[in-house]
Design a protein around this ligand. Sequence first.
Ligand code: 9WO
Length: 262
Amino acid sequence: MRFDVITLFPELFVPHLEVGVTRRAYASGALQLQLWPLRDFAEGNYRRVDDRPFGGGPGMVMMAPPLERALDAVRDARGEGAEPGAACAPLIHFSPTGRRLDQALVRELAAGPGAVLLCGRYEGIDQRFIDRHVDLELSVGDFVLSGGELPALVLLDAVARLLPGVLQDAASHQQDSFEDGLLDCPHYSRPEQLPRADGGFDAVPEVLLSGHHGRIARWRRERSLAITAQRRPDLIAAARAAGRLSRADEEFLRTLPAAPAA
Ligand code: 9WO
């Protein structure tokens, strides 16, 4: 799967290519990243990519013409000609006004042909370029950043770990938060007794040492249900509506203190 990124700061993507499971995704070819430095598509001695906003006001706006030249180059390189109606990868722009990225959309993107990621800087992008070309505006949360590069990395990272052969253990992402619509249960490892400053110890929950796989699975499910009911009651409501809660789940939820409604 191939992602093309139009950005003023391609260097920001380099660490993602070099460390952790994402390095494996790129090294194996499961994920291809093509960086398109916007400055390369600027004109004139000053290589301008931004100009003052019409109507006045602070800051600068990313000009449409360099962006159009960059996008033409991306479409050419992807073999996505200008024929109208031809199938092509979506152009995604990152903005806090966009649709909130969630695991369902990450799964959809991981199953598709990739995307072209447009990373804004300054005050934003000339709206005419957005209106002409952008297929999807995505937000990663209700806060303002200095550019769209970190949201683009968030998307790449979330997609990379779903690609076949990227995670050590193919089953591990199926146990994650959100893969079943609930928050994750807590995790424990050695030592069994963790010394405290007061001379005592913090122990690992007994059931995890019991070797009873059925009891362990039930305990983990209940910890997921309890933390989700406490922190994200909206996710419990969604899991219930989707038929993802068993009778045992519902019985357990009734034993919890009442949570505020979603
Ligand atoms: C910034 C902004 C602030 C308030 C309401 C709407 C807004 N849109 C943008 C915007 O598109 N900004 C461009 C990209 C240019 C300036 C830096 N950019 C940006 C993207 N800042 N924050 C984001 C972002 C993207 C996705 N999820 C969270 C934040």
